[in-house]
Design a protein around this ligand. Structure first.
Ligand code: AMP
Length: 426
Protein backbone atom coordinates (compact mmCIF):
# COMPACT_ATOMS: atom_id res chain seq x y z
CA UNK A 1 0.00 0.00 0.00
CA UNK A 2 1.05 3.55 -0.69
CA UNK A 3 0.22 5.89 2.18
CA UNK A 4 0.36 9.68 2.44
CA UNK A 5 0.36 11.17 5.94
CA UNK A 6 -0.51 14.85 6.42
CA UNK A 7 1.05 16.92 9.20
CA UNK A 8 4.38 17.84 10.75
CA UNK A 9 4.26 17.38 14.54
CA UNK A 10 5.16 14.78 17.13
CA UNK A 11 1.79 13.14 16.58
CA UNK A 12 2.63 12.64 12.91
CA UNK A 13 6.10 11.31 13.69
CA UNK A 14 4.53 8.69 15.98
CA UNK A 15 1.95 7.80 13.31
CA UNK A 16 4.66 7.61 10.64
CA UNK A 17 6.75 5.33 12.88
CA UNK A 18 3.79 3.01 13.44
CA UNK A 19 2.62 3.02 9.81
CA UNK A 20 6.19 2.40 8.63
CA UNK A 21 6.24 -0.79 10.72
CA UNK A 22 3.28 -2.24 8.82
CA UNK A 23 4.01 -5.22 6.57
CA UNK A 24 1.28 -3.89 4.27
CA UNK A 25 3.29 -0.78 3.43
CA UNK A 26 4.98 -0.19 0.09
CA UNK A 27 5.73 3.55 0.24
CA UNK A 28 5.07 6.21 2.86
CA UNK A 29 5.14 9.94 2.23
CA UNK A 30 4.55 12.71 4.71
CA UNK A 31 3.57 16.29 3.86
CA UNK A 32 5.22 18.45 5.02
CA UNK A 33 6.88 16.30 7.74
CA UNK A 34 9.92 17.20 9.86
CA UNK A 35 13.53 16.08 10.41
CA UNK A 36 12.51 13.01 12.44
CA UNK A 37 9.67 11.95 10.15
CA UNK A 38 12.23 11.93 7.32
CA UNK A 39 13.65 8.76 8.90
CA UNK A 40 10.36 6.91 8.45
CA UNK A 41 8.85 8.52 5.35
CA UNK A 42 9.69 10.55 2.26
CA UNK A 43 8.85 14.14 3.19
CA UNK A 44 7.17 16.17 0.47
CA UNK A 45 6.80 19.94 0.38
CA UNK A 46 3.06 19.97 -0.30
CA UNK A 47 0.79 22.72 0.98
CA UNK A 48 -1.84 20.61 2.74
CA UNK A 49 -4.32 23.50 2.69
CA UNK A 50 -4.27 23.18 -1.12
CA UNK A 51 -6.60 20.20 -1.55
CA UNK A 52 -6.20 20.13 -5.33
CA UNK A 53 -2.42 19.80 -4.93
CA UNK A 54 -2.86 16.94 -2.43
CA UNK A 55 -5.28 15.16 -4.81
CA UNK A 56 -2.87 15.63 -7.69
CA UNK A 57 -0.01 14.14 -5.65
CA UNK A 58 -2.17 11.14 -4.71
CA UNK A 59 -3.10 10.48 -8.32
CA UNK A 60 0.45 10.79 -9.60
CA UNK A 61 1.78 8.45 -6.92
CA UNK A 62 -1.08 5.92 -6.75
CA UNK A 63 -1.73 6.69 -3.07
CA UNK A 64 -4.12 4.11 -1.56
CA UNK A 65 -4.69 5.81 1.77
CA UNK A 66 -4.33 9.35 3.12
CA UNK A 67 -4.02 9.72 6.91
CA UNK A 68 -4.87 13.20 8.18
CA UNK A 69 -3.06 14.19 11.40
CA UNK A 70 -4.27 17.71 12.39
CA UNK A 71 -7.77 19.16 12.72
CA UNK A 72 -7.49 22.15 10.37
CA UNK A 73 -7.58 20.17 7.10
CA UNK A 74 -10.39 18.00 8.49
CA UNK A 75 -12.49 21.06 9.31
CA UNK A 76 -11.68 22.40 5.83
CA UNK A 77 -13.18 19.26 4.26
CA UNK A 78 -10.09 17.53 2.91
CA UNK A 79 -11.58 14.07 3.46
CA UNK A 80 -14.67 15.04 1.43
CA UNK A 81 -12.53 16.43 -1.39
CA UNK A 82 -10.33 13.33 -1.45
CA UNK A 83 -13.42 11.08 -1.43
CA UNK A 84 -14.90 12.99 -4.40
CA UNK A 85 -11.66 12.28 -6.25
CA UNK A 86 -11.96 8.57 -5.38
CA UNK A 87 -9.16 8.61 -2.78
CA UNK A 88 -9.59 6.86 0.56
CA UNK A 89 -8.75 8.98 3.59
CA UNK A 90 -8.69 8.31 7.34
CA UNK A 91 -10.53 11.04 9.21
CA UNK A 92 -14.02 12.51 9.46
CA UNK A 93 -15.92 14.42 6.81
CA UNK A 94 -16.27 18.18 7.21
CA UNK A 95 -19.76 17.72 8.69
CA UNK A 96 -18.54 15.15 11.22
CA UNK A 97 -15.47 17.28 12.05
CA UNK A 98 -17.96 19.81 13.51
CA UNK A 99 -17.59 17.79 16.71
CA UNK A 100 -14.31 19.63 17.15
CA UNK A 101 -14.82 22.68 14.95
CA UNK A 102 -17.96 23.85 16.79
CA UNK A 103 -18.37 23.49 20.55
CA UNK A 104 -22.03 24.50 20.20
CA UNK A 105 -22.59 21.67 17.71
CA UNK A 106 -21.23 19.14 20.20
CA UNK A 107 -23.29 20.52 23.09
CA UNK A 108 -26.44 20.31 20.95
CA UNK A 109 -25.60 16.70 20.05
CA UNK A 110 -25.16 15.90 23.75
CA UNK A 111 -28.59 17.40 24.52
CA UNK A 112 -30.26 15.53 21.67
CA UNK A 113 -28.82 12.12 22.54
CA UNK A 114 -28.60 12.34 26.34
CA UNK A 115 -24.79 12.37 26.52
CA UNK A 116 -23.62 13.55 29.98
CA UNK A 117 -22.03 17.00 29.83
CA UNK A 118 -22.17 20.30 31.76
CA UNK A 119 -25.17 22.65 31.53
CA UNK A 120 -24.60 25.31 28.90
CA UNK A 121 -25.84 28.23 26.85
CA UNK A 122 -24.97 29.34 23.28
CA UNK A 123 -24.69 33.05 22.52
CA UNK A 124 -24.09 35.28 19.51
CA UNK A 125 -23.99 38.58 21.40
CA UNK A 126 -22.21 39.83 24.51
CA UNK A 127 -25.29 41.20 26.29
CA UNK A 128 -27.08 37.83 26.45
CA UNK A 129 -23.85 36.03 27.38
CA UNK A 130 -23.17 38.49 30.20
CA UNK A 131 -26.72 38.16 31.52
CA UNK A 132 -26.33 34.36 31.53
CA UNK A 133 -23.05 34.32 33.48
CA UNK A 134 -24.50 36.78 35.97
CA UNK A 135 -27.38 34.43 36.73
CA UNK A 136 -25.07 31.38 36.93
CA UNK A 137 -22.11 32.90 38.83
CA UNK A 138 -18.50 31.68 38.93
CA UNK A 139 -16.60 29.44 38.48
CA UNK A 140 -17.81 29.10 34.91
CA UNK A 141 -16.22 28.24 31.56
CA UNK A 142 -16.29 30.54 28.52
CA UNK A 143 -15.48 29.00 25.13
CA UNK A 144 -15.12 30.39 21.63
CA UNK A 145 -17.30 28.15 19.44
CA UNK A 146 -14.78 27.52 16.67
CA UNK A 147 -11.17 26.34 16.28
CA UNK A 148 -8.82 28.62 18.22
CA UNK A 149 -5.60 26.57 18.34
CA UNK A 150 -6.34 25.42 21.89
CA UNK A 151 -6.60 29.01 23.18
CA UNK A 152 -10.34 29.60 23.01
CA UNK A 153 -11.26 28.28 26.47
CA UNK A 154 -11.27 30.39 29.63
CA UNK A 155 -11.93 28.64 32.92
CA UNK A 156 -13.10 31.72 34.85
CA UNK A 157 -12.71 31.55 38.60
CA UNK A 158 -14.51 34.84 39.12
CA UNK A 159 -17.44 36.57 37.44
CA UNK A 160 -15.10 39.34 36.43
CA UNK A 161 -12.81 36.94 34.54
CA UNK A 162 -15.84 35.50 32.76
CA UNK A 163 -17.06 38.97 31.79
CA UNK A 164 -13.62 39.87 30.45
CA UNK A 165 -13.44 36.65 28.43
CA UNK A 166 -16.86 37.31 26.91
CA UNK A 167 -15.89 40.87 25.99
CA UNK A 168 -12.62 39.67 24.44
CA UNK A 169 -14.28 36.96 22.37
CA UNK A 170 -17.02 39.20 21.00
CA UNK A 171 -14.34 41.82 20.33
CA UNK A 172 -12.86 39.45 17.78
CA UNK A 173 -9.86 38.03 19.72
CA UNK A 174 -10.44 34.70 17.96
CA UNK A 175 -11.87 36.05 14.72
CA UNK A 176 -14.77 34.06 13.31
CA UNK A 177 -14.15 31.28 15.87
CA UNK A 178 -15.49 33.64 18.57
CA UNK A 179 -18.56 34.88 16.70
CA UNK A 180 -20.50 32.39 18.79
CA UNK A 181 -19.64 31.73 22.43
CA UNK A 182 -20.56 28.70 24.51
CA UNK A 183 -20.81 29.15 28.26
CA UNK A 184 -20.54 25.97 30.23
CA UNK A 185 -20.94 24.81 33.79
CA UNK A 186 -17.58 24.33 35.53
CA UNK A 187 -17.03 20.61 36.01
CA UNK A 188 -15.01 19.69 39.08
CA UNK A 189 -13.11 16.41 38.98
CA UNK A 190 -10.13 14.63 37.41
CA UNK A 191 -9.59 15.13 33.71
CA UNK A 192 -8.70 12.31 31.32
CA UNK A 193 -8.41 11.78 27.57
CA UNK A 194 -10.26 8.86 26.01
CA UNK A 195 -9.74 7.65 22.45
CA UNK A 196 -11.89 5.46 20.21
CA UNK A 197 -11.90 4.54 16.54
CA UNK A 198 -15.18 4.72 14.65
CA UNK A 199 -16.22 3.53 11.21
CA UNK A 200 -19.49 5.45 11.36
CA UNK A 201 -21.37 2.58 12.94
CA UNK A 202 -19.14 0.78 15.42
CA UNK A 203 -16.71 2.26 17.93
CA UNK A 204 -13.75 0.45 19.42
CA UNK A 205 -11.86 1.94 22.33
CA UNK A 206 -8.15 2.63 22.12
CA UNK A 207 -6.38 3.23 25.41
CA UNK A 208 -6.78 5.97 27.98
CA UNK A 209 -4.15 8.64 28.48
CA UNK A 210 -3.44 11.66 30.56
CA UNK A 211 -1.72 14.76 29.36
CA UNK A 212 -0.13 17.67 31.20
CA UNK A 213 -1.34 20.97 29.80
CA UNK A 214 0.47 23.53 31.94
CA UNK A 215 3.94 24.69 30.94
CA UNK A 216 5.71 24.18 34.28
CA UNK A 217 6.09 21.60 37.07
CA UNK A 218 3.28 21.15 39.60
CA UNK A 219 0.78 22.24 36.93
CA UNK A 220 1.89 25.86 37.08
CA UNK A 221 2.22 28.40 34.29
CA UNK A 222 0.27 28.98 31.11
CA UNK A 223 -1.76 26.38 29.21
CA UNK A 224 0.06 24.73 26.31
CA UNK A 225 -0.71 22.20 23.60
CA UNK A 226 0.58 19.57 26.05
CA UNK A 227 3.95 19.14 27.79
CA UNK A 228 3.81 15.37 28.24
CA UNK A 229 1.50 12.39 28.56
CA UNK A 230 1.31 8.82 29.73
CA UNK A 231 -0.89 5.81 29.10
CA UNK A 232 -2.78 4.07 30.57
CA UNK A 233 -4.06 6.33 33.30
CA UNK A 234 -4.94 4.59 36.57
CA UNK A 235 -7.94 6.92 36.88
CA UNK A 236 -9.75 5.00 34.14
CA UNK A 237 -10.74 1.76 35.84
CA UNK A 238 -12.52 -1.00 33.91
CA UNK A 239 -15.83 0.30 35.21
CA UNK A 240 -15.19 3.90 34.16
CA UNK A 241 -13.93 2.71 30.79
CA UNK A 242 -17.20 0.82 30.21
CA UNK A 243 -19.25 3.80 31.37
CA UNK A 244 -17.46 6.21 28.99
CA UNK A 245 -18.03 3.82 26.08
CA UNK A 246 -21.71 3.24 26.90
CA UNK A 247 -22.74 6.78 27.87
CA UNK A 248 -20.48 8.98 25.74
CA UNK A 249 -18.74 7.30 22.80
CA UNK A 250 -21.44 4.89 21.57
CA UNK A 251 -24.31 7.45 21.75
CA UNK A 252 -22.11 9.94 19.86
CA UNK A 253 -21.41 7.48 17.05
CA UNK A 254 -25.09 6.46 16.89
CA UNK A 255 -26.23 10.09 17.07
CA UNK A 256 -23.97 11.18 14.23
CA UNK A 257 -25.18 8.26 12.13
CA UNK A 258 -28.85 9.02 12.91
CA UNK A 259 -28.29 12.61 11.77
CA UNK A 260 -26.93 11.37 8.44
CA UNK A 261 -23.36 12.54 9.17
CA UNK A 262 -21.58 9.38 10.33
CA UNK A 263 -18.27 9.88 12.13
CA UNK A 264 -15.31 7.96 10.72
CA UNK A 265 -11.90 8.40 12.25
CA UNK A 266 -10.59 8.79 15.76
CA UNK A 267 -12.72 10.38 18.45
CA UNK A 268 -10.78 12.01 21.25
CA UNK A 269 -13.02 12.79 24.17
CA UNK A 270 -12.01 15.22 26.92
CA UNK A 271 -13.76 13.74 29.94
CA UNK A 272 -14.09 15.00 33.50
CA UNK A 273 -14.51 12.28 36.10
CA UNK A 274 -17.04 14.03 38.35
CA UNK A 275 -18.76 12.72 41.49
CA UNK A 276 -21.84 12.23 39.24
CA UNK A 277 -19.90 10.10 36.76
CA UNK A 278 -17.89 10.87 33.61
CA UNK A 279 -18.96 14.00 31.72
CA UNK A 280 -17.83 15.10 28.27
CA UNK A 281 -16.35 18.60 28.07
CA UNK A 282 -15.02 18.50 24.52
CA UNK A 283 -14.42 16.40 21.47
CA UNK A 284 -11.45 16.44 19.15
CA UNK A 285 -11.65 14.56 15.87
CA UNK A 286 -8.03 13.46 15.55
CA UNK A 287 -5.33 11.95 17.72
CA UNK A 288 -4.15 14.10 20.62
CA UNK A 289 -0.61 15.43 20.58
CA UNK A 290 1.28 14.22 22.70
CA UNK A 291 -1.16 11.42 23.64
CA UNK A 292 -0.79 9.82 20.20
CA UNK A 293 2.90 9.24 20.86
CA UNK A 294 2.22 7.04 23.89
CA UNK A 295 -0.71 5.26 22.23
CA UNK A 296 1.45 4.31 19.23
CA UNK A 297 4.15 2.91 21.55
CA UNK A 298 1.56 0.78 23.33
CA UNK A 299 -0.25 -0.50 20.22
CA UNK A 300 0.83 -4.05 19.44
CA UNK A 301 -1.40 -4.54 16.37
CA UNK A 302 -0.61 -3.26 12.91
CA UNK A 303 -2.30 0.16 12.66
CA UNK A 304 -2.84 0.16 8.90
CA UNK A 305 -5.66 -2.45 8.84
CA UNK A 306 -7.34 -0.53 11.68
CA UNK A 307 -7.24 2.72 9.71
CA UNK A 308 -8.59 0.94 6.63
CA UNK A 309 -11.36 -0.69 8.66
CA UNK A 310 -12.47 2.79 9.82
CA UNK A 311 -12.61 4.04 6.24
CA UNK A 312 -14.42 0.94 4.94
CA UNK A 313 -17.00 0.39 7.70
CA UNK A 314 -15.33 -2.84 8.82
CA UNK A 315 -14.63 -2.21 12.51
CA UNK A 316 -17.38 -4.54 13.70
CA UNK A 317 -15.22 -7.63 13.92
CA UNK A 318 -12.00 -5.81 14.52
CA UNK A 319 -9.78 -6.24 17.53
CA UNK A 320 -6.75 -4.23 18.53
CA UNK A 321 -4.07 -5.63 20.82
CA UNK A 322 -2.02 -3.54 23.22
CA UNK A 323 1.17 -3.99 25.18
CA UNK A 324 0.50 -3.95 28.92
CA UNK A 325 3.59 -1.84 29.59
CA UNK A 326 2.84 1.83 30.22
CA UNK A 327 4.36 4.50 28.01
CA UNK A 328 5.26 8.06 28.85
CA UNK A 329 6.41 11.06 26.83
CA UNK A 330 8.19 14.23 27.89
CA UNK A 331 7.88 17.20 25.56
CA UNK A 332 10.97 19.36 25.09
CA UNK A 333 9.98 22.86 24.04
CA UNK A 334 11.85 26.03 23.07
CA UNK A 335 12.29 28.40 26.04
CA UNK A 336 9.50 30.97 25.95
CA UNK A 337 6.87 28.55 24.61
CA UNK A 338 3.82 28.91 24.63
CA UNK A 339 4.75 32.60 24.16
CA UNK A 340 7.53 33.87 21.88
CA UNK A 341 10.56 31.66 21.33
CA UNK A 342 13.65 31.48 19.14
CA UNK A 343 13.98 29.18 16.14
CA UNK A 344 17.13 27.75 14.60
CA UNK A 345 18.94 26.72 17.80
CA UNK A 346 21.08 23.57 17.61
CA UNK A 347 20.16 20.29 19.33
CA UNK A 348 22.81 17.68 20.07
CA UNK A 349 23.01 14.30 21.77
CA UNK A 350 19.90 12.79 20.20
CA UNK A 351 21.64 9.58 19.15
CA UNK A 352 23.04 9.02 22.65
CA UNK A 353 19.63 9.75 24.17
CA UNK A 354 17.93 7.22 21.89
CA UNK A 355 20.22 4.47 23.22
CA UNK A 356 18.58 4.47 26.66
CA UNK A 357 16.62 1.24 27.03
CA UNK A 358 12.95 1.53 26.08
CA UNK A 359 13.37 5.04 24.66
CA UNK A 360 11.96 6.31 21.38
CA UNK A 361 12.35 9.92 20.28
CA UNK A 362 9.71 11.54 18.12
CA UNK A 363 10.36 14.93 16.54
CA UNK A 364 7.84 17.75 16.52
CA UNK A 365 9.28 21.14 15.45
CA UNK A 366 12.67 20.21 14.00
CA UNK A 367 14.49 20.82 10.75
CA UNK A 368 17.72 19.30 9.40
CA UNK A 369 20.32 21.75 8.11
CA UNK A 370 23.95 21.09 7.12
CA UNK A 371 23.98 17.84 9.08
CA UNK A 372 22.55 19.46 12.25
CA UNK A 373 19.14 19.19 13.86
CA UNK A 374 17.69 22.63 14.59
CA UNK A 375 14.64 23.67 16.59
CA UNK A 376 11.90 24.91 14.29
CA UNK A 377 8.85 25.35 16.50
CA UNK A 378 7.50 25.70 20.04
CA UNK A 379 7.18 22.05 20.94
CA UNK A 380 10.29 20.48 19.46
CA UNK A 381 10.89 16.91 20.67
CA UNK A 382 9.01 14.08 22.36
CA UNK A 383 11.23 11.92 24.51
CA UNK A 384 9.18 8.75 24.96
CA UNK A 385 9.82 5.60 26.96
CA UNK A 386 8.10 2.40 27.94
CA UNK A 387 8.75 0.52 31.16
CA UNK A 388 7.28 -2.09 33.48
CA UNK A 389 5.73 0.75 35.47
CA UNK A 390 5.09 4.43 34.82
CA UNK A 391 7.89 5.09 37.31
CA UNK A 392 10.35 3.11 35.19
CA UNK A 393 9.16 4.73 31.95
CA UNK A 394 9.55 8.15 33.59
CA UNK A 395 13.08 7.36 34.81
CA UNK A 396 14.14 6.20 31.34
CA UNK A 397 12.61 9.22 29.60
CA UNK A 398 14.43 11.69 31.88
CA UNK A 399 17.68 9.72 31.54
CA UNK A 400 17.39 10.32 27.79
CA UNK A 401 16.42 13.98 28.29
CA UNK A 402 19.62 14.45 30.31
CA UNK A 403 21.73 13.25 27.38
CA UNK A 404 20.36 15.96 25.10
CA UNK A 405 22.33 19.18 24.81
CA UNK A 406 19.99 21.97 23.96
CA UNK A 407 20.48 25.01 26.25
CA UNK A 408 17.63 26.88 24.55
CA UNK A 409 15.09 24.17 25.41
CA UNK A 410 13.15 23.19 28.53
CA UNK A 411 10.82 20.47 29.75
CA UNK A 412 8.74 19.63 32.78
CA UNK A 413 10.43 17.27 35.24
CA UNK A 414 7.25 15.77 36.69
CA UNK A 415 5.43 14.13 33.77
CA UNK A 416 3.41 11.17 35.03
CA UNK A 417 3.44 12.35 38.65
CA UNK A 418 -0.11 11.18 39.41
CA UNK A 419 0.67 7.61 38.35
CA UNK A 420 4.11 7.64 39.99
CA UNK A 421 2.58 8.72 43.31
CA UNK A 422 0.00 5.99 43.01
CA UNK A 423 2.69 3.39 42.27
CA UNK A 424 4.54 4.57 45.39
CA UNK A 425 1.35 4.04 47.36
CA UNK A 426 0.97 7.73 48.20
P1 AMP B 1 -9.88 22.75 25.63
O1 AMP B 1 -9.10 23.87 24.99
O2 AMP B 1 -11.27 22.61 25.15
O3 AMP B 1 -9.08 21.49 25.68
O4 AMP B 1 -10.05 23.15 27.16
C1 AMP B 1 -8.95 23.53 27.90
C2 AMP B 1 -9.07 23.03 29.28
O5 AMP B 1 -10.15 23.69 29.94
C3 AMP B 1 -9.42 21.56 29.41
O6 AMP B 1 -8.28 20.77 29.29
C4 AMP B 1 -10.05 21.51 30.78
O7 AMP B 1 -9.05 21.41 31.77
C5 AMP B 1 -10.71 22.85 30.92
N1 AMP B 1 -12.16 22.78 30.75
C6 AMP B 1 -12.86 22.81 29.61
N2 AMP B 1 -14.19 22.72 29.86
C7 AMP B 1 -14.33 22.63 31.20
C8 AMP B 1 -15.45 22.53 32.08
N3 AMP B 1 -16.70 22.54 31.63
N4 AMP B 1 -15.19 22.46 33.41
C9 AMP B 1 -13.94 22.50 33.89
N5 AMP B 1 -12.85 22.60 33.11
C10 AMP B 1 -13.04 22.66 31.77
Amino acid sequence: MNVLLLGSGGREHALAWKIAASPLLTRLWCAPGNAGIAREAECVALDIADHAAVIDFCKRNAVDLVVVGPETPLAAGIVDDLASAGIRAFGPSQQAAQLEASKGFTKALCSEFGIPTGAYGRFTNAADALAYVRTKGAPIVVKADGLAAGKGVVVAKTLREAEEAIAKMFDGAFGAAGAEVVIEEFLAGREISFFALSDGDTAIPLASAQDHKRAFDHDQGPNTGGMGAYSPTPLVTGEIHAEIMAKIIVPTVHGMKARGTPFRGVLYAGVMLTPDGPKLFEYNVRFGDPECQVLMLRMMSDIVPALLACCDGQLKNFDLRWFDEPALTVVMAAKGYPGDYAKGTRIEGLDEAAKVEGVEIFHAGTIAKDGNILANGGRVLNICATGKTVTEAQRRAYQAVDRIQWPEGFCRRDIGWQAVERERGL
